[in-house]
Design a protein. Sequence first.
Lengths: 111, 115
Amino acid sequence: TQLLEQSPQFLSIQEGENLTVYCNSSSVFSSLQWYRQEPGEGPVLLVTVVTGGEVKKLKRLTFQFGDARKDSSLHITAAQPGDTGLYLCAGANNYGQNFVFGPGTRLSVLP
Amino acid sequence: GAGVSQSPRYKVAKRGQDVALRCDPISGHVSLFWYQQALGQGPEFLTYFQNEAQLDKSGLPSDRFFAERPEGSVSTLKIQRTQQEDSAVYLCASSLEGRGRDEQFFGPGTRLTVL
């Protein structure tokens, strides 16, 4: 069974601070996705990483996929209240028939 | 809009009742996924369709759960003889082809409360 762990579980920071959240597994994934979910809504895709060691930047968000494709991190620079939400990582096998989600990191950015 | 829609948005059922949850995926999307999300947790995979074929139902928690997608578009998740532990948000997602790197587009979910 492929399992994903995320840390920290909760994070509350002030506007303007930087933060990093982590997604770890003992299993190898062919690709890994990061989603953000707001209350009452479904998750929305932020990024997909597929190559070990890959780094992707999306404005103030930087995503990294570990060399062994077992872990990933999300770094947010100068967090804003609009970044508040549940950040989920999800790993897929080669055929995409079974996505495994982590439990999420709940981020709160205070103005 | 042209996103994934789910109905009903909220469902309250008495223990033992049967419920049916509907998902309308994005038109043309081949793959459809159902997930169960308990309060404060990430989504847990239930089942996966490619067109009308149910290719993976390994996540369905018991034989009380049944999903279908008879014409390869709309899908229904049915739960028979609901139990309190079935209370959760049920999310549906669709993707264009279903490969691991394809983006999944999620609906808003159906919040099921079993009393």
